[in-house]
Design a protein around this ligand. Structure first.
Ligand SMILES: Nc1ncnc2c1ncn2[C@@H]1O[C@H](COP(=O)(O)OP(=O)(O)OP(=O)(O)O)[C@@H](O)[C@H]1O
Length: 318
């Protein structure tokens, strides 16, 4: 089945998922996910609790076996020798050996990784003022996160998969690590996929976004393209009357407050003069899709796995 995907795409696509699914007993974690992620992007993976973000990252890291569909990472099957050495995964629980010192942990990273960059790993640890002789078990949650990030960066991967890397970092540390991530992506061409609930971080750091809800892809593509594909429109709403018509635009969500109706739309042509128009931010767009499960998903051209099958006009129902 993997052969149905573009064989020569290794250099272009960091991740390609086609009809990807995973169930735990009868519970759906990921369902019919089809998208691709261009190499060299910094991608925010967002969605509510239980949306399937960790499961998707685990599958990309080769730790969770897909139940359905196809997944390719850096052009090959995840979990194979070829992808494992080129991928670093930082899980949410940041597993480290509690009895090892920080120095021993970094030495282990060096022994396990042929492309180990001691300079970058030590810099991350030192800038957090973490003593190299401290045992992992005595560190705070944020300090452990920093050591785990040092291990991931030190590996010098082509694909860095990070599950909520900033969750227990203080604002200053999160800002510093965010800067490191962006510098890494710019200097080394590393593709970074970072799950996060901190939309402000995602908006400033990420040039690509994949939003999951209930195991399905709701939005995927360049953040700029996703932003410019939407408008927030506000108009008068007669009490008891039906809301003003928004056709031919694609309606994502509309809400009535008193005599006003506000709608998040994907415009298809000029918007009528009766509407006040504003540009939504990433959070407004994401919340609109999460509150409206029936609204059609949006995948930009670069995020679609099969352009030949995709509808025109910049959108597809996932
Ligand atoms: N090992 C597991 N066994 C059983 N169910 C699981 C397992 N891992 C995940 N699930 C279920 O799969 C669904 C997706 O979970 P997942 O951890 O991927 O979501 P998430 O988007 O990362 O959530 P969060 O934002 O809370 O970390 C949830 O309903 C979860 O309960």
């Amino acid at each position: 089945m993997v052969g149905t995907m573009s064989a020569g795409a290794a250099h272009r696509w960091a991740i390609e998922a086609h009809g990807l699914g995973k169930r735990y007993r009868r519970r759906r974690a990921v369902e019919d996910c089809s998208f691709r992620l261009p190499a060299g992007t910094v991608c925010g993976l967002v969605g509510p609790n239980g949306a399937g973000k960790s499961t998707l990252l685990g599958m990309a890291a080769g730790l969770v076996r897909p139940g359905a569909g196809e997944l390719r990472v850096l052009g090959a099957a995840p979990g194979t020798a070829g992808t494992l050495s080129r991928t670093a995964f930082l899980p949410q629980d940041k597993p480290l050996f509690a009895t090892f010192t920080v120095a021993e942990t970094l030495r282990l990273g060096e022994e396990l990784n042929p492309r180990w960059d001691a300079r970058v790993a030590e810099r991350i640890v030192r800038s957090g003022k973490i003593p190299l002789d401290a045992r992992i078990g005595t560190l705070s949650g944020g300090q452990r996160s920093r050591v785990a990030l040092a291990l991931a960066f030190g590996k010098r991967p082509e694909l860095l998969l990070l599950d909520e890397p900033m969750a227990d970092l203080d604002p200053l540390a999160a800002h510093e690590i965010g800067g490191l991530l962006m510098a890494e992506a710019a200097e080394q061409g590393t593709t970074i996929v970072m799950s996060s609930h901190r939309l402000a971080d995602v908006a400033t750091m990420c040039d690509y976004l994949v939003a999951l809800a209930d195991g399905r892809v709701r939005l995927a593509g360049e953040t700029d393209t996703l932003l410019s594909a939407h408008l927030l429109v506000t108009g008068a709403h007669a009490a008891g009357g039906s809301p003003p018509r928004l056709a031919p635009h694609t309606l994502v969500e509309s809400r009535v407050t008193g005599r006003q109706v506000t709608a998040l739309i994907r415009p298809r042509g000029p918007v009528g003069e009766e509407w006040r128009v504003a540009e939504p931010d990433l959070e407004e767009i994401l919340l609109g899709y999460l509150r409206s499960p029936a609204a059609p998903s949006l995948l930009t051209t670069s995020a679609r796995v099969d352009d030949a099958d995709a509808p025109t006009e910049g959108e597809t129902a996932a």
